[in-house]
Design a binder for this molecule. Structure first.
Ligand SMILES: N[C@@H](CCC(=O)N[C@@H](CS)C(=O)NCC(=O)O)C(=O)O
Length: 238
């Protein structure tokens, strides 16, 4: 097996890469990185000194690929499958990359800021930064809510890299402030993402780790009961 993925099952950016791998049943060797463990962290930093995951290692081509979007671009180029993660048409590819950037920078990053602030040592929190992140997240969700009124997937009717980015970002954002009632189109889109077998598998594998998630309320996956477009909402348990 030539591909290895360094990741953590709770990490939203790692979910994004895992969805892409599972979409095309791309074989890879998983390496779970435990940043709390000195040996695991040091071994990972030898592979990628920046220390952020996911990182893909391709032994056959002797390539190390960091950054979730670059990993998906690399897979689309070198290990394509039935789901075309990046369209071949240049304009469609641009739309996909734009949506990928939007979900990463304006949904995932502010969501992470809000969540990771809870992990900071007492007295070292950043309330101003968290307020800014909350405002950015609301603006982004408002724009996406309008956009998703007429789309099945992030860029239209075909599942792509942009949906790999959207799934974990929206999943965790919904645990901070549930979409139902406020962002109904986004809520339905999230339901479709959760019903997608690739993301359902990622969430199932993350389930044992949710106890470590620094939330007041832990996320729980509610499976679609009949019509995937309408169900699949996330409930939060107290
Ligand atoms: N731009 C990067 C972001 C990666 C990222 O922020 N990963 C987080 C986990 S979701 C991480 O490695 N956190 C550990 C740390 O910052 O020490 C990507 O798209 O892969």
């Amino acid at each position: 097996m030539s591909l290895e993925l360094y990741f953590h099952p709770l990490s939203s950016f790692c979910h994004k890469a895992l969805i892409a791998l599972y979409e095309n049943d791309t074989p890879f060797e998983p390496h779970v990185v435990d940043l709390a463990d000195e040996t695991s962290r040091a071994a990972f930093r030898k592979i990628w000194p920046i220390g952020k995951f996911p990182v893909l290692r391709d032994e056959a081509k002797d390539r190390t690929i960091p950054e979730s979007s670059m990993i998906i671009e690399y897979l689309a180029q070198h290990y394509p499958g039935r789901t075309r993660l990046v369209p071949t048409d240049a304009d469609a590819a641009l739309q996909t990359r734009m949506r990928d950037r939007f979900y990463d920078l304006y949904v995932n990053v502010p969501m992470q800021k809000i969540v990771t602030d809870r992990l900071r040592p007492a007295g070292r929190n950043d309330p101003h930064g968290v307020e800014e992140a909350k405002a950015l997240l609301q603006t982004a969700c408002g724009l996406l809510e309008e956009e998703m009124a007429t789309r099945t997937w992030a860029t239209g009717e075909a599942f792509s890299m942009a949906d790999c980015a959207a799934a974990p970002a929206l999943f965790y954002a919904n645990t901070l402030s549930p979409f139902t009632g406020t962002y109904n189109n986004l809520s339905s889109y999230l339901g479709r993402l959760i019903a997608r077998p690739s993301f359902a598998r990622v969430l199932e594998e993350a389930q044992p780790y949710f106890a470590l998630f620094p939330m007041e309320r832990k996320p729980e996956i509610t499976r679609p009961r009949s019509e995937p477009k309408e169900y699949g909402e996330i409930a939060a348990q107290g």
